[in-house]
Design a protein. Structure first.
Length: 247
């Protein structure tokens, strides 16, 4: 799903609405309100950009959802304005795959954009208008779940930041390796590469690592033990040449 494109379309629609209101708004009060609402839309779009909506569904175990929501009781819950009638979230922990969730969200940027969005909402609605403690059991269960996973969120966010730095360093290594591979054939064609000692024997291969079965597989685990997020793809053998299109 193209979240960036959707956010831009929404922003363009709000711009058109703002322009139309400015033509009719004589004192400017309505225009100011619309501009504040536009700020909320922009921040909401930026918040969505921190989430990979294509991989996000993998974070939900849909087999567990029937245990969370009683579909037959939804009309009653709406009529009585009591979500607890239809929703039981005490097992929400079983319905969410945390590793896939962390892999789908840039946690640091999400937190920053969420704080900015809240600030824009407060500018329009006032602090008192935001959701309070509430008495709903469902709300309490969600709060308990958030409190339970907060340490994991912090750990995953730190690992994400470390992985960003590792990815930057990795890019440099890949570029360097590619440059060496491009230079190697030219060096082989140049004279004077043979040693002066005719009896000298090199135990190193005469060129790049051969493409054999032993270089196609690695015994190194694809993920790091106890890591909260997926590791970067390992690079070895032929992957030095295919990593650009694989990532």
């Amino acid at each position: 799903m193209d979240t960036d494109g959707a956010a831009k379309r929404i922003e363009a629609a709000v711009d058109q609405l703002t322009f139309a209101i400015e033509q009719e708004d004589s004192d400017g009060n309505l225009t100011e309100t619309v501009q504040e609402l536009q700020d909320i839309v922009v921040e909401a779009g930026q918040l969505l950009e921190t989430v990979d909506l294509e991989t996000l569904p993998k974070a939900v175990d849909f087999r567990e959802l029937p245990g969370l929501v009683d579909v037959e009781q939804i009309p009653t819950a709406i009529r009585e304005r009591d979500p607890d009638t239809a929703i039981d979230l005490h097992t929400i922990r079983h319905a969410i795959r945390l590793r896939e969730l962390w892999n789908s969200i840039d946690l640091v940027e999400f937190a920053e954009e969420a704080a900015q969005l809240k600030k824009e909402v407060v500018d329009v609605l006032d602090e008192d208008a935001l959701p309070g403690d509430g008495t709903s059991e469902a709300v309490g269960e969600v709060r308990d779940f958030i409190a339970e996973v907060r340490p994991e969120v912090t750990n995953a966010a730190i690992q994400q930041q470390a992985q960003k730095r590792a990815r930057e360093a990795r890019e440099g290594v890949l570029k360097g390796h590619k440059a060496v591979e491009e230079v190697y054939p030219a060096n082989r064609r140049q004279p004077g590469t043979r040693p002066r000692n005719p009896t000298a024997v090199s135990l190193h291969p005469s060129g790049p690592i051969p493409d054999s079965v032993s270089t196609r597989f690695s015994s190194v685990p694809s993920n790091v033990r106890l890591s909260k997020i997926d590791a970067l793809p390992r690079v070895y053998g032929r992957r030095w040449r295919t990593i650009d299109r694989d990532r």
